[in-house]
Design a protein around this ligand. Structure first.
Ligand SMILES: [Zn+2]
Length: 64
């Protein structure tokens, strides 16, 4: 088991449903496992992921 650090490696939080998840390393886009919205990911380092924004180009329109 990994010790828990203050900064959780590679973990991001979905901006839609606030679920925390760990995207695959170096992935550029990853869907939220909870709500399915795809996010663009940027990597500040090999283990530090950040959500840049929604990958809306894959979703031409989302009607509610
Ligand atoms: Zn979500």
């Amino acid at each position: 088991m990994k010790p828990k650090n203050k900064s959780r490696d590679g973990e991001v939080r979905c901006l839609n449903c606030f679920t925390r998840f760990v995207p695959p390393p170096r992935s550029e886009k990853v869907p939220c496992p909870s709500c399915g919205i795809e996010w663009r990911i940027s990597w500040a380092s090999s283990t530090f992921a950040k959500i840049r924004g929604p990958a809306w180009d894959k979703y031409p329109r989302m009607n509610q």
